[in-house]
Design a protein around this ligand. Structure first.
Ligand code: IMP
Length: 426
């Protein structure tokens, strides 16, 4: 398989897990390049259910090598739980899982700061984070005070833990938030460092050596384009770069070694957490999509906000990521909609039309989606195993989406089962 970046094209939860599962079978090395345990992939295989937050789901495929890249942030305690839960289900990550020495760590004090920061924001300023400490961990990285995985091996590590906990406690106290117990964190992290030591590696060298040896590399993004810290609906975003550029900075594989970009996009739109969502449906149709699509967060269980497909978002994601192929997911969720709307542009209250996503949220607040309508197919599609067997109206809908956002259709998913992943050139 050519070296491939896989990205989410909307606000996350596009169904990347299932597409990654398909592409993993053709890859040798799978790299998670950004984000942390804010992501959640549920994978059902061989009748067993696995929930993964940090470790690439490639670990479920025997013989595949998995990397947590330098662009990710790793919570040692979450990672240990994930390793233990895999082991309890008969999967041994040791020898196949490598964590970059350069990966920054999410520590308990980052979680405490995440919760305290959300709590003290006014209701219109709350981000609705997953509470996993992601923002404060990336903040420490950029502020050059973070702890990296390589530091687990340093004799100074526990001293750093003590100092950071104490200085965070001062901040938490000033915010009126609960503080952390310094000694218990020192004890917890002493043990965590011992447990994780065998997984620590120079993954930048490892990934590039694998590439030179002709191995195929799958770079797996979490979250989605509209949650990107640079390209998303700032400040209602996550703190990393889920877009394709982040795959190179987050792994150390140079841009020239990337062969293609696959964008995963749902046939409608969802968002979890706060922030703008132009095509959101707050009516019964939105509720139908939520129930039929099982739109509840894999990490937090929160109900996802649901709405029509937004081609402005799709076009923008195609542009920013350089999408070659689309993997479109969850077509079957629209099976019982008599009329389906597609947002083709935004129109501001003074008549100005936007074909690309505006950066200014105050502009976005003045915009309404411009919709076109298509007839629904009103036929179950989730048993379909060949694209040609889909109802004509369903094909017309998919083809219209692709025409609006550009690129080629590579995968169409019409149900949760593996057989319902219809493959066209991917
Ligand atoms: P954080 O990444 O926990 O800081 O949360 C920032 C924003 O990103 C919030 O709106 C979260 O709901 C959203 N978010 C983070 N991870 C995911 C994900 O995996 N899927 C969807 N939304 C996410």
């Amino acid at each position: 398989m050519p070296n491939t970046i896989l990205v989410g094209a909307q606000w996350g939860d596009e169904g990347k897990g299932k597409v990654i599962d398909v592409l993993t079978s053709q890859a040798d090395v799978i790299v998670r390049y950004q984000g942390g345990s804010n992501a959640g992939h549920t994978v059902i295989t061989g009748g067993k259910k696995y929930v993964l937050h940090l470790i690439p789901s490639g670990i479920l495929h025997p013989g595949k090598q998995c990397v947590i890249g330098n662009g990710a942030v790793m919570d040692p305690l979450d990672l240990i739980k994930e390793i233990e839960s895999l082991r309890a289900q008969g999967i041994e990550p040791s020898g196949r899982l490598f964590i970059s020495t350069r990966t920054h760590m999410v520590m308990q004090w980052h979680r405490a700061l995440d919760a305290a920061d959300e709590a003290r924001r006014s209701s219109d300023k709350k981000i609705g984070t997953t509470g996993r400490g992601i923002g404060p961990a990336y903040g420490a990285k950029v502020g050059r005070s973070g702890l990296r995985v390589g530091d687990l091996l340093s004799p100074d590590f526990l001293g750093e833990v003590k100092a950071a906990t104490e200085s965070t406690n001062a901040i938490l106290t000033s915010w009126g938030a609960p503080t952390l117990d310094v000694q218990s964190l020192v004890d917890i992290y002493r043990q965590a460092a011992i447990t994780l030591k065998p997984y620590i590696a120079d993954t930048v060298a490892y990934v590039n050596e694998a590439d030179r040896a002709g191995k195929s590399i799958l770079l797996e993004g979490a979250q989605g384009t509209m949650l990107d810290i640079d390209f998303g609906t700032y400040p209602f975003v996550t703190s990393s770069n889920p877009t394709s550029g982040g795959a190179c900075t987050g792994s150390g594989l140079p841009p020239r070694r990337i062969d293609r970009v696959v964008g995963v996009i749902k046939c409608y739109t969802t968002r979890v957490g706060a922030g703008p969502f132009p095509t959101e449906l707050t009516d019964a149709t939105g509720e139908q999509l939520r129930q039929k699509g099982g739109e509840f967060g894999a990490t937090t269980g929160r109900p996802r906000r649901c709405g029509w497909f937004d081609a402005v978002v799709g076009r923008y994601a195609a542009m920013v990521n350089g999408v070659d192929f689309w993997a479109m997911t969850k077509l079957d969720v629209l099976d019982d909609q008599p009329v389906i709307k597609i947002c083709t542009a935004y129109e501001r209250d003074d008549g100005v039309r936007y074909e690309t996503f505006p950066s200014d949220l105050s502009v976005l607040a003045r915009c309404k989606p411009v919709y076109e309508e298509m007839p629904g197919w009103m036929t179950p599609t989730s048993q379909t195993t060949r694209y040609e067997d889909l109802p004509l109206k369903a094909r017309a809908y998919v083809e219209r989406l692709v025409a609006l956002i550009g690129g080629r259709l590579g995968i169409l998913s019409v149900g949760p089962a593996r057989e319902t992943t219809l493959r066209m050139g991917l």
